[in-house]
Design a protein around this ligand. Structure first.
Ligand code: S3P
Length: 422
């Protein structure tokens, strides 16, 4: 798939079970490697990013089997160093969490990535790991980690990043004393929930989130819920394509991830969350979204980490809302798989939107009709899918170039789109 063509859509109707949560699948695989007993991960995401975490776990000495219905069993090894580099592909979560494990367990390994990952900042994890006593060479991939003995730290992260928080906490499981991480606002807390569910004592207090030395997960026993970040594409598609109504089944609604629902509510859209329940320590629900007019949103402050990955598609939504949408405090977008402030504003401008980039976000004036064209997704899965959604309301055809990256998180995206158009 070098490019895909999307045409203006008929109303979207029906039900979708979105792919499993990427963040939770990564954690289930990686935490299995440091568990005492055999772990079982049911309904994992089969995207390329998570497969990187699974191969990394094998490289560290675990044995992995997948049964015919997709359940993954992971038997932990004694963890071992890797003389060949471990390729983390496009995955920031793999490299940053893995670095915490490699450093904590005193292993030697070189962690590499693709062209996009090789540009992404690793100083944010290298610095706290060095403060703990780890030997980390490189502030961008390749990262060379060599064995050392770690001491716990009390670390204030300059960014609200679950990858940084998780990396430090994982290393802290094997460091001397306690390790604490404070962040400017709460980032996704799947690490804390999953480790706690596996018997690790997680401390919460004025100093942030903490772990004590010597704590180890017993085993991961997890059924992965649907990914709200993938569901967001259909929420926005249903909202903007006239006459649509879409139901999304078994979507994770962890409060650290539900900023997209807050945004849709702010816009005054028709969203229903029902059938709330729990799956493996995470709240889950069915979500129904219908089309309708809406008003501009203000997305900023502590809401940003709760919807950071959904901003590209929320920007598409903003082009169809009445009035101004302001997105700020989102400088982190500049260091995702692409500089998403740049890729979103350039692409939407090309389609006729009134959108201005700012240092830490963007301002969008709506509603504006969009027109099709050729959009370069530059290998960023969320950009490719956000522009596919834009193409559903654009006049003419929209070609998404370099759309292969959708395999990263949502391999069945176009099949699900077709099923909603029937
Ligand atoms: C993730 C955390 C976020 C998010 C990424 C997945 C995770 O990144 O954008 O897609 O699974 O921990 P940061 O930790 O860089 O904010």
């Amino acid at each position: 798939m070098r490019f895909v063509t999307v045409a203006r859509s008929t109303p979207l109707r029906g039900e979708v079970t979105v792919p499993s949560d990427k963040s939770i699948t990564h954690r289930a695989y990686l935490f299995s490697a440091i568990s005492e007993e055999t772990s079982e991960v049911r309904n994992p995401l089969l995207g390329e990013d998570c497969e990187r975490s699974l191969s990394a776990v094998k490289r560290l000495g675990c044995s992995v089997t997948r049964d015919p219905n997709g359940t993954v069993l992971i038997v932990p090894g004694p963890l071992r160093s890797s003389s060949d580099p471990i390729d983390c592909g496009n995955s920031g979560t793999t490299i940053r969490l893995l670095a915490g494990i490699v450093a904590g367990w005193g292993l030697n390994a070189t962690l590499t990535g693709d062209e996009s990952l090789s540009r992404r900042p690793m100083r944010r994890i290298a610095e706290p790991l060095r403060l703990m006593g780890a030997i980390v060479d490189g502030d961008t991939p390749p990262l060379r980690l060599s064995s050392g003995t770690l001491n716990g730290i009390d670390y204030t992260s300059p960014v609200a990043s679950a990858q940084v928080k998780s990396c430090v906490l994982l290393a802290g499981l094997r460091a001397r004393g306690e390790t604490w991480v404070r962040e400017p606002s709460l980032s996704r807390d799947h690490t804390e929930r999953m480790l706690e569910g596996a018997g690790v004592k997680i401390m919460r207090g004025k100093k942030g989130i903490g772990v004590a030395a010597g704590s180890q997960p017993r085993r991961i026993d997890c059924r992965v819920p649907g990914d709200i970040s993938s569901a967001a594409f259909w929420m926005v598609a249903a909202a903007v394509v006239a006459g649509s109504r879409v139901s999304l089944r078994s979507v994770g609604i962890n409060p650290t991830r539900t900023g997209v629902l807050v945004a849709l509510e702010q816009a005054g859209l028709d969203v229903k969350v029902g059938n709330e329940r729990w799956e493996s320590g995470e709240p889950v629900a069915d979500i129904e979204v219908g089309s309708g007019p809406g008003i501009g949103m203000t997305l900023d402050g502590p809401l940003i980490p709760r919807l950071i990955d959904e901003i590209p598609v929320l920007a598409v939504l903003a082009t169809q809302l009445s009035g101004e949408t302001v997105i700020r405090d989102a400088r982190e977008l500049r260091v995702k798989e692409t500089d998403r402030i740049k890729t979103v504003t350039e692409g939407l401008r090309q389609m006729g939107a009134k959108i201005e980039p700012t240092d830490d976000g963007m301002v969008i004036e709506g509603p504006t009709p969009l027109r099709g064209g050729a959009i370069d997704a530059t290998g960023d899965h969320r950009i490719a899918m956000a522009f596919a959604v834009a193409g559903l309301v654009a006049e003419g055809e929209t070609q998404i170039l370099a759309a292969d990256s959708i395999q990263t998180s949502y391999p069945g995206f176009f099949e699900d789109l077709r099923s909603l158009q029937k």
